[in-house]
Ligand binder design. Structure first.
Ligand SMILES: Nc1ncnc2c1ncn2[C@@H]1O[C@H](COP(=O)(O)OP(=O)(O)OP(=O)(O)O)[C@@H](O)[C@H]1O
Length: 248
């Protein structure tokens, strides 16, 4: 399998506190990789390293390397705006802009001076399986949509930038089971074109949708492998204890 993102001996500190310890992880292309582990083990910190979201936190210090294809993400010539276009992110709580459904999707493409914005809006909403539900009311406020629809809108907004990789930070934690199911099938349908990484607390969700699972504990990567293998025959006792609900 080709790797899309590779971290090599990645260490991260928030001030004095070390949140990531020597993480070497390969994220395969066009697969869904799930990051699991108890609260505070560094999952969000790790995915935020991949599109340099941690740059926004002043106390952060990073050592090690992260590559996206051949690009050194922390290289001094890296264009962070371009990087975040290629590596999009969907957050825990749906965060549409306080504007219409249409303008939410059109926002990024317009800023980047793209043509045919209405085509991009339609394509992104179709790709995120929201078109049927909103095509008649594109001028309505996005904040009037349900939580699950808002999250699919946020995914459409990310897709509108034609990313290559999508990072999902607990995208379903604020959603009901039906909306969660819709996001999961959406992720499944996006597999052909995109590399996806999801942080989730939901073991069943990781087992259902991911190809690869990585288990983090106290800032360390304990185990990574094919999801079926990690869930059915974990190599490490702590992985087994976590997935069987003995702690976490
Ligand atoms: N901005 C920050 N400043 C200081 N410490 C932070 C910051 N963000 C996270 N941390 C600390 O870093 C560690 C890892 O946090 P992180 O949010 O990455 O874990 P997580 O596994 O994603 O947790 P959760 O599942 O609860 O979201 C925790 O101890 C957390 O308190």
């Amino acid at each position: 399998m080709t790797s899309k993102i590779v971290s090599e001996n990645l260490n991260l500190w928030y001030g004095e506190k070390q949140a990531l310890k020597d993480i070497s992880l390969k994220i395969p292309e066009k697969q869904i990789t799930a990051l699991i582990g108890p609260s505070g083990c560094g999952k969000s910190t790790f995915i935020r390293c991949l599109n340099r979201m941690n740059d926004l936190v002043t106390s952060v210090r990073i050592e090690g390397k992260v590559f996206y294809d051949d690009m050194d993400i922390y290289g001094k010539d890296t264009d962070v705006v371009e990087l975040r276009k290629r590596i999009g992110m969907v957050f825990q709580k749906p965060n549409p802009f306080p504007m219409s459904i249409y303008d939410n999707i059109a926002y990024g493409p317009r800023i980047h001076g793209q043509k045919n914005v209405s085509k991009i809006v339609e394509r992104s909403l179709k790709e995120s399986a929201l078109w049927e539900e909103v095509s008649e009311r594109l001028d309505q406020p996005a904040l009037g949509l349900s939580g699950g629809q808002q999250q699919r809108l946020c995914i459409a907004r990310t897709l509108a930038m034609r990313p290559d990789v999508i990072l999902f930070d607990e995208p379903c934690s604020a959603l009901d089971p039906i909306s969660t199911g819709k996001i999961e099938s959406l992720m499944e349908s996006l597999k052909e074109e995109y590399t996806q990484i999801i942080v989730t607390h939901n073991m069943q969700q990781a087992a259902r949708i991911s190809d690869i699972t990585a288990f983090f504990l106290l800032g360390e990567l304990i185990e990574v492998g094919e999801t079926k293998h990690v869930f059915e025959m974990p190599e490490m006792k702590s992985t087994e204890d976590y997935i069987t609900g003995r702690f976490g």
